[in-house]
Design a protein around this ligand. Sequence first.
Ligand code: ADQ
Length: 453
Amino acid sequence: MGRLVIVSNRVPDPRERNQPAGGLAIGLADALRTEPSSLWFGWSGHQAESRGGDPAPSLDTHGKVTYATVPLTPAQHRGYYQKFSNGILWPLCHYRLGLMDYGRADWHQYLDVNRMFARVLKPLLKPGDVIWVHDYHLFPLGQALRELGVTNPIGFFLHIPFPPWSLFRALPCAADILRDMQAYDVMGVQTEEDAQNLWECLHVEGMNDPSRVVACPIGIDPVSFGEDAREAFGGPEVRRLRESLHDEPLIIGADRLDYSKGLEERFLGYERLLIRYPEHHRHVTYLQVAPVSRGEVEEYRLLRRQLDETIGRINGAFAEYDWTPIRYLTRPVPRQTLAGFYRLADVGLVTPLRDGMNLVAKEYVAAQDPEDPGALVLSHLAGAAPELSEALLVNPHDADEIADALHLALTMKREDRKKRWDALNVEVRNTTAGTWARDFLAMLYKSQKTESA
Ligand code: ADQ
């Protein structure tokens, strides 16, 4: 049997204890544990000037996984990664057309980097390998590999939402991307809505086989996450946090500092809670952990400044000399410590304006004490919402709705919390990182058999 070859923009450094906060690396690391052997290919995270020709990949084997990485030149990093991937595709796929800043040179850089990845990867491939490409940075990679003569099965999974044709067609190179994507044997997205949107777009560009587009929601490893949460709960960080709260309730949020996560709207929702339900003054604390992400992109710098201002304003207006309504950290917190914080928190607050899935919502559920679980307040625009329909679902644009849901969550009786959590927990245990990878790969293998039949 061949290897599983994973291709993603960033490849995690297996020696780093604290991986950057990012859903893709976490979902895949959980899924890879069950694979007999695999190759993980992508960008090293470093930049280096070109010495002419393609870079040679660095190979590093840890256990069953070989990591093969290449650096990018500063010009590639800017055009392919910062501009085209994060300044054009990311806002477009999160329905934020107004933030899309298109430039044709960036599109060409994006294509060139995808072709370079294909040229460097091809000699590392073996005949039985199955290739699984991840995310919006690599839409054209499958086609670039096919043009080099690669005939192995190639699947693609998109971790972020896919918008409808009426929006996607605003991208000047939409048709090129959709034509290139048809090189993939299977294309997976997080939800039925994304699958419908992608299928509609591919169909406009001439594809006639809907069975190649599948909804395959990602999950976490709930058992190991639950264990991490229990262990961290007894540790020094959770003890310090607990002692600082003096038995008063805690609301927790944890997101990369990204405009898709709805942080500004969430703070305004919390402010509405303090305005409309003053009984929570001097009692409730909201801890938001939001590690800085993509700090070199202008939009993210602006967002950070705006959040600093909003939090300063809310704390300035409501704080007492012995109570701070919002505690805000822009450093990453180790994932295990975060698991302990989730277990301690009475409310998990997850309100993205759009999100492919949102693993934090699932992690919050997995971390709870089954006898006395907290309540989850979740945006109905997160990809996780159809599965986690027993959460307190809110529209993240409606500050009053967030305030009402927070009040309900803070005052909910234990039996009600338990009933909701039981239903949520069933979902989190049914769809895991393991079932996600297994289901997707089963479809990829099946497509191979159908083709050769
Ligand atoms: P992300 O946008 O990164 O992922 P998410 O799914 O929530 O979003 O995953 C974030 C991960 O980082 C979680 O595992 C979380 O625990 C961790 N994390 C968040 N804040 C952290 C912090 N402060 N410190 C340490 N760790 C932190 C993308 C898509 C999502 C999709 C995933 C997986 O945008 O929609 O769910 O990929 O497909």
